[in-house]
Design a protein. Structure first.
Length: 363
């Protein structure tokens, strides 16, 4: 079956049988124990004990304390659909010699996609929806990208280089522009060898960092560009004392897409009891706060709550032609059922140092 993607395209989804799920989960547990000793510290996605906020905090720390002046915002075109089965099996065989496990992995890759009763076999890609897919996708980029970046940073780079990767989304920061350009060109060549391609429209090399504002101001240019990572827009800013700081705000695309989804869900629940809808909206809002409540993002948290209250108000007014919901009533409903933002999570540097005990999460 297929599910819609954020850009309007269709993504194949592999739905496995119960027996397959049990076997995959058991196998993934064993393989995780093997590969957790190999995966690099800057890889966060779909790994036990690692969360998105840890990747975000590590990125904010690296941009703040390292000499980063250029940022590569990279996007791999159709990554899960472009994974080469031949290369992936070679990577798995590099650490696992058990032929039974290798045979299972090969069967999972060749499972195909079921559509209208017809099974379509695929020669490349990892079926999303399966328990083993995140690990296999991580494993592929570990060999194709992570080990190569580690070697490139050690042998080629002269200045500081930071890396943070979550699944197929990754950010690379550089001290020197010429090294950033060289890295991007060599990365394209590296990916082509393994049947991967950087998205030409979504991959950008931008000027970003503690000195970017001053340099661009001296040249008469506008403020540094921003980039999105894991649902947040990262902005080069300053504190009141003039110290450089990475400001993280809820990405506009994520903000608007979530409101559109809630609008449709409210329309379907138009005749449900108000307390039932209120409890549901409150749980949605608490989940939103749990992820997006970071320092300097309080204004957009309040804006999301206000927009959600407006959507609820419009839905209540459509319940019947005689329906009249005053502003005072929706305010009372909002105050009762929609909680206000809680305290933001700790500052990135403090949180990273606490969770790593001084060890770098970018190496």
């Amino acid at each position: 079956m297929y599910i819609p993607k954020a850009d309007g395209k269709q993504r194949p989804l592999g739905v496995t049988a119960l027996e397959d799920k049990l076997v995959q989960r058991a196998t993934v547990q064993v393989m995780n124990a093997i590969y957790e000793t190999d995966f690099r510290g800057f890889s966060y996605g779909f790994r036990p004990g690692r969360r998105q906020h840890q990747a975000l905090d590590a990125l904010a720390e690296g941009l703040s304390i390292k000499k980063v002046n250029w940022v590569l915002d990279a996007d791999i075109r159709g990554y899960f659909d472009a994974i080469s089965h031949d290369w992936l099996m070679r990577f798995v065989e590099h650490r696992i010699a058990d032929r039974r496990v290798l045979r299972l992995v090969k069967k999972w890759l060749n499972a195909g996609v079921l559509e209208d009763g017809q099974v379509t076999r695929v020669e490349e890609g990892a079926p999303q929806g399966a328990s083993a897919s995140p690990l296999l996708a991580n494993l592929y980029l570990h060999y194709v990208l992570d080990l190569w970046i580690q070697q490139w940073r050690r042998k080629t780079a002269r200045g500081d280089v930071i890396v943070v990767r979550w699944a197929d989304d990754f950010i690379v920061g550089f001290q020197y522009e010429e090294e950033a350009v060289r890295f991007l060109n060599e990365l394209r060549t590296r990916f082509a060898k393994f049947d991967l391609e950087l998205h030409p429209e979504k991959t950008r090399l931008i000027e970003f960092g503690r000195f970017a504002v001053e340099r661009r101001k001296r040249c008469g240019r506008s403020k540094p560009e921003t980039f999105d990572f894991l649902g947040f827009t990262h902005i080069a800013g300053k504190t009141r004392n003039g110290k450089f700081v990475v400001i993280r705000r809820t990405a506009k695309t994520r903000f608007r897409r979530k409101l559109r989804e809630l609008k449709e869900q409210l329309r379907r629940a138009i005749n449900d009891p108000i307390p039932q809808v209120g409890r549901w909206l409150g749980s949605v809002l608490r989940g939103h706060y749990q992820y997006f409540a970071v320092p300097r993002n309080c204004a957009l948290l309040d804006a999301f709550r206000w927009q959600l209250s407006r959507l609820w108000w419009k839905t209540l007014k459509r319940r019947s032609h005689r329906a009249h919901v005053s502003a005072d009533r929706i305010k009372r409903l909002t105050d009762r059922w929609l909680p206000r933002p809680a305290n933001p999570s700790p500052l990135p540097l403090r949180e990273v140092r606490r969770s790593t005990l001084g060890r770098s999460r970018m190496r």
